[in-house]
Write a protein that binds this ligand. Structure first.
Ligand SMILES: [Zn+2]
Length: 122
């Protein structure tokens, strides 16, 4: 049976953020209306993200992709500067848009205090 949802959210597995992410996803995406991927570093492994987004699009016909990297991410370690997160988010956004031009991609940088910062192009 065909079934669809609004979009997919990709975020880090870090336990410190899950409460913020739970609340934000429910409010922003609509309850029970999104696929959700929780992996170390969020977009750190671009190929893994692409695989999930492509599958979500094929199976659930998503129209929206939300990428959320965060402050003090252990997967990045010392390399995880604000600029690096922004660059990685932009790179993965470009890859998704090349693959799925009709899908909207949103990028966020999540602070440890739970603030979601919308990240625009560098
Ligand atoms: Zn992390």
């Amino acid at each position: 049976m065909a079934h669809t949802c609004e979009g997919i959210v990709v975020h880090c597995m870090d336990f410190r953020l899950q409460k913020y992410l739970n609340d934000w996803c429910e409010q922003t995406m609509g309850s029970g209306n999104y696929d959700r991927v929780s992996i170390a570093g969020a977009v750190y492994d671009a190929d893994l993200v692409l695989k999930h987004v492509a599958l979500s699009h094929r199976l659930h016909h998503i129209r929206r992709v939300v990428l959320i990297n965060h402050e003090d991410c252990g997967a990045y370690g010392e390399a995880g500067t604000y600029e690096r997160h922004k660059a990685d988010l932009a790179r993965v956004q470009g890859m998704i848009q090349a693959l799925l031009p009709h899908v909207q991609v949103e990028k966020y940088y999540l602070h440890l205090d739970g603030t979601f910062e919308r990240v625009d192009e560098p």
